[in-house]
Design a protein around this ligand. Structure first.
Ligand SMILES: *[C@@H]1O[C@H](CO)[C@@H](O)[C@H](O)[C@H]1NC(C)=O
Ligand SMILES: *[C@@H]1O[C@H](CO)[C@@H](O)[C@H](O)[C@H]1NC(C)=O
Ligand SMILES: *[C@@H]1O[C@H](CO)[C@@H](O)[C@H](O)[C@H]1NC(C)=O
Ligand SMILES: *[C@@H]1O[C@H](CO)[C@@H](O)[C@H](O)[C@H]1NC(C)=O
Ligand SMILES: *[C@@H]1O[C@H](CO)[C@@H](O)[C@H](O)[C@H]1NC(C)=O
Ligand SMILES: *[C@@H]1O[C@H](CO)[C@@H](O)[C@H](O)[C@H]1NC(C)=O
Ligand SMILES: *[C@@H]1O[C@H](CO)[C@@H](O)[C@H](O)[C@H]1NC(C)=O
Ligand SMILES: *[C@@H]1O[C@H](CO)[C@@H](O)[C@H](O)[C@H]1NC(C)=O
Ligand SMILES: *[C@@H]1O[C@H](CO)[C@@H](O)[C@H](O)[C@H]1NC(C)=O
Ligand SMILES: *[C@@H]1O[C@H](CO)[C@@H](O)[C@H](O)[C@H]1NC(C)=O
Ligand SMILES: *[C@@H]1O[C@H](CO)[C@@H](O)[C@H](O)[C@H]1NC(C)=O
Ligand SMILES: *[C@@H]1O[C@H](CO)[C@@H](O)[C@H](O)[C@H]1NC(C)=O
Length: 785
């Protein structure tokens, strides 16, 4: 036969079935696999199995008892008996490709799929022998190095090239610049660089071009602008492109996905883009676009479903015309300088909008009533002042609805609708950092069953915390810290069987220690610091419970009494030494910290839990007696603060068992004896404070001690060796009364785990494992696959 390679491959694969019929009619049979083909396949199999203790089920069918054309993953041309397609995706070959591999003897191959086969090492130049290839898929492997340019350049029939997620480098687009038949190019998540050659303007069949997450530089790949009829997926996100964005994109008749996020594109809002009716997803996030967002001539048949414009410099209002995108379900305009009120009614005739991110702008006025049905609404860090009168939350039954209204300018009483939500919603509500005042209404008890999270911290709420938690069985996080609440902790909190975090810090709550919360088996974080709690912590006849506690802060209260030596032995979670968690999964979403949080430097309580941060802060109370020796059991502990009490006697030697400890503050007690030398073996210990005690003897040698600030040891008149730390000429100050000591002397260093910052400010959307950020490019890839 004298047909060209390409049509040969084409006819072989696509009309296999047709050929089969023809052969039946002619009473002929398909040619058996040629011996050369069989031997080449077996050679390849043996390369893969050499020195391996396993045989993959797939390759076990590759044996001489059957025709090699019937082997799994193998397709032959019926007429010639040559192998034309090899598809081994997800077969754990775990091998490198050898230059003389049997694979390269299969010179009739049109399609080679080795996706996710655990291949590693370089791609050998023998690949060029497979010059009939139309499809080459080496995605999800561990391949390194450059593509062998001459060999790849030889694959002139290639229509589909997939090298997604490897570690390849080099100017790949130059290497493939002559392969003008390419329709699908997927090179994302490698370390490719370079530019886009002009010849790409000739790739008139190219429909998918995805080079996201690489190191491409220079200007927008302008040659692609010629591909107006073919291009449907353009993914160039997370590269180093820097240029103005093309001013007219309206010619792309087939464009569906555009992701240019994470580059340095500049210029005005690309209005022309949005006249393309086929467009379904646009991501311009994280560039340097500026000026107003303007839409013109939006097609009534617009398919636009997701629009990400975050982290640019857009200003002006949110245009009313955005409501013409009837299919929009995700809109992210956060981190810009948008101002004015949210136009209303936008989207009022649409149930589609499910995620709306408006945070970190300069928006003001009223929260429109139509927001009620949005599943995830983030409007924090704006200047909104009120809620629409008819706002009702009508989130979908049993779906988590996350509403973040934090850091705005709301004031007056809490909004009426918190008593008027669909009880079948799982609401995650953040009203923190506003100026809400008045009391928490009793009617919250009617709807609390629908709450998953409620954050009211940093407001001006007063009165007694109402006893409304009888039905709060879904509540995971409850935070009313930094208000002016008084009275006791409501006993109905014991019904919160899902509670992970309870934070009432910095109010005026006057109560005994809530040991009755001990049975809450999921409680990870208990923060009741800076209130008026009083009395003993330990009751001989009350079982301790708190079996999951990782962070407890009871600091700056009036707790008193002694703690028995075995006190800490009851906290199983604290004694466990664990590795950093992989992430909290719920609703199928991976736990993800958005850039927003990273940029703000906000440590989140949930992040702390996830990373197994463990802390005990008993500081600023009136505890007396010895430090319980059982403290040595708390192997997972990272921070221990017993400062500002009246502990006496020696520092327990068992502290040296706390191998995870990073900060130890025993200052301002009445501890005596010597500093245990073995504390010097705690390799993570970076912050120590022993000041203002009655310690004596030498300060141990060892870097942990010697690198501390002088203030870590002062106020211990019988301690010696301070000259080394404070300097020869430094006069060791004599003991000032602890309560009058200047703050700066005890101020911990910057690197002290600033976990309190987490307590003060965490972002709510995360805590149910919801993804605030989004991963766009892999989505493209999935979509195409
Ligand atoms: C595989 O086995 C051969 C012979 O036993 C040995 O020479 C070679 O180093 C082994 N290769 C690997 C990667 O273990
Ligand atoms: C050889 O392959 C056939 C299927 O083609 C399979 O049934 C048989 O178990 C295989 N033999 C061996 C020894 O793996
Ligand atoms: C192949 O390698 C992958 C990744 O290194 C590993 O997870 C897998 O267990 C290996 N498979 C076999 C069968 O050894
Ligand atoms: C493949 O091509 C190389 C040149 O790139 C050649 O040296 C080699 O012999 C060829 N291998 C096979 C198996 O045909
Ligand atoms: C290119 O392919 C031809 C067969 O079409 C082969 O003879 C030649 O060796 C290949 N060149 C390279 C560099 O692989
Ligand atoms: C592309 O084609 C040109 C002209 O035919 C040739 O000079 C060049 O070497 C080719 N480049 C590659 C990478 O194959
Ligand atoms: C690409 O488009 C530009 C402007 O439309 C045109 O001048 C140029 O000839 C085109 N290039 C190719 C290779 O078609
Ligand atoms: C919108 O349509 C008008 C009239 O059809 C046209 O003049 C104008 O150029 C279009 N604007 C854009 C941005 O496409
Ligand atoms: C908070 O609201 C009160 C009235 O409820 C008002 O007096 C006070 O000035 C407001 N504070 C801020 C910081 O806006
Ligand atoms: C809290 O509210 C009171 C009145 O209820 C007001 O006097 C006070 O200024 C408010 N505090 C803040 C910080 O806004
Ligand atoms: C603890 O404080 C209370 C007052 O709050 C006092 O009555 C009691 O005697 C104190 N107990 C101890 C052991 O100091
Ligand atoms: C320990 O607590 C005291 C008082 O609450 C505080 O001033 C100090 O900074 C804390 N020490 C550490 C290491 O966090």
């Amino acid at each position: 036969m004298t047909i060209s390679n390409r049509s040969y491959c084409f006819s072989s694969i696509v009309t296999l079935y047709f050929f089969f019929l023809v052969f039946l009619v002619l009473h002929t049979f398909a040619s058996p696999c040629g011996h050369d083909q069989r031997d080449a396949l077996l050679e390849f199999k043996h390369e893969c199995l050499v020195n391996k203790s396993y045989s993959t089920p797939l390759l076990s069918s590759w044996n001489k008892s059957s025709d090699c054309c019937s082997w799994e993953g193998v397709t032959c041309d019926d007429k010639s008996g040559k192998v034309i397609s090899l598809d081994l995706k997800f077969t754990p070959l775990n091998n490198s490709l050898k230059p003389n591999s049997g694979l390269f003897k299969l010179q009739h191959l049109c399609s080679l799929t080795l996706q996710n086969c655990g291949l590693y090492g370089e791609i050998p130049s023998s690949l060029g022998n497979l010059s009939r290839l139309t499809n080459l898929d080496l995605s999800y492997n561990g391949l390194v190095g450059e593509l062998p340019a001459a060999s790849v350049g030889n694959l002139s029939s290639l229509t589909r090239l997939d090298l997604w997620r490897n570690d390849l480098v080099g100017e790949v687009l130059v290497s493939i610049r002559n392969l003008t038949l390419l329709e699908y190019i997927s090179l994302g998540y490698n370390k490719f660089g370079g530019y886009t050659p002009a010849s790409f303007a000739n790739f008139i069949k190219l429909s998918t071009f995805d080079i996201s997450h690489n190191q491409f530089t220079g200007e927008f790949p302008f040659p692609l602008l010629n591909l107006t009829t073919s291009l449907s997926i353009l993914g160039i996100a997370n590269n180093l492109f820097k240029s103005t964005f093309p001013s007219d994109m309206s010619g792309f008749h087939s464009l569906e996905y555009l992701d240019v996020s994470g580059n340095s594109f500049s210029g005005p809002f690309p209005t022309s883009l949005f006249t393309i009716p086929s467009l379904s997803s646009v991501n311009l996030e994280g560039n340097q676009f500026k000026g107003p967002i303007e839409f013109k001539n939006i097609s009534s048949s617009s398919q636009l479903g997701t629009l990400y414009l975050a982290q640019n410099k857009f200003d002006g209002p949110i245009p009313k015309s955005i409501s013409n995108f009837h299919n929009l379900h995700i809109l992210d305009v956060s981190h810009n300088s948008l101002s004015g009120p949210v136009p209303t009614p936008i989207f009022s005739n649409s149930d589609n909008l499910k995620r709306l991110y408006l945070s970190n702008n300069k928006l003001e006025g009223e929260i429109p009533s139509w927001f009620g049905g949005v599943l995830m609404l983030l409007v924090s860090h704006n200047s909104f002042t009120s809620f629409g009168k008819s706002l009702d939350l009508f989130g979908l039954d049993l779906l988590t609805q996350t509403l973040d209204f934090s850091s705005n300018s709301f004031q007056g009483p809490l909004p009426h609708w918190i008593c008027n939500i669909n009880p079948l919603t799982r609401l995650n509500l953040d009203l923190s950092n506003n100026n809400f005042s008045g009391s928490i209404p009793q009617c919250l008890g009617n709807t609390i069953i629908g709450f998953k999270g409620l954050n009211l911290q940093n407001n001006n709420l007063s009165g007694v915390l109402p006893d409304v938690f009888v039905d709060a069985t879904e509540l995971v996080s409850f935070d009313v810290s930094n208000n002016q609440l008084e009275g006791k902790l409501p006993e109905s909190l014991i019904h919160c069987i899902s509670l992970l975090i309870l934070n009432v810090q910095n109010n005026r709550i006057k109560d005994k220690f809530p040991s009755w919360l001990g049975p809450l088996v999921l409680l990870n974080v208990l923060i009741i610091g800076s209130n008026d709690f009083y009395g003993p912590l330990y009751h001989p006849h009350v079982s301790v419970g708190f079996q999951s506690l990782k962070i407890i802060d009871i600091s700056r209260n009036n707790f008193n009494g002694t703690l028995p030596p075995f006190y800490f032995a009851n906290w199983p979670e604290m004694t466990m030494l664990t590795e950093y968690g992989e992430g909290y999964m719920e609703d199928g979403y991976p736990y993800h910290i958005s850039m927003e949080m990273v940029n703000k430097g906000v440590y989140m309580l949930f992040e702390l839990i996830r990373t197994d941060f463990r802390a005990i802060d008993f500081s600023g109370n009136e505890f007396s007696g010895e430090i319980p020796t059982s403290v040595g059991l708390l192997k997972g502990l990272r921070l221990l603060n017993l400062s500002g009490n009246a502990f006496t006697s020696d520092i327990p030697q068992s502290l040296a068992n706390l191998i995870s400890l990073e900060a130890l503050d025993l200052s301002r007690n009445q501890l005596s004896g010597q500093i245990p030398v073995n504390l010097g073996s705690l390799s993570f210990l970076s912050v120590i404070n022993f000041s203002h005690n009655n310690l004596q003897g030498p300060i141990p040698r060892g870097t942990q001690f010697q690198r501390q600030n002088c203030s870590a040891f002062i106020g211990n008149p019988k301690l010696f060796g301070l000259e080394d730390i404070c300097g020869e000429t430094h006069h060791v100050p004599s003991l000032p009364p602890p309560q009058q000591e200047a703050e700066d002397l005890s101020e911990p260093k910057e690197q002290v785990i600033s976990w309190k910052a987490a307590v003060i400010a965490y972002v709510p959307g995360v805590f149910c494992g919801l993804v605030i950020g989004h991963i766009f490019s892999p989505f493209i890839h999935k979509w195409v696959k």
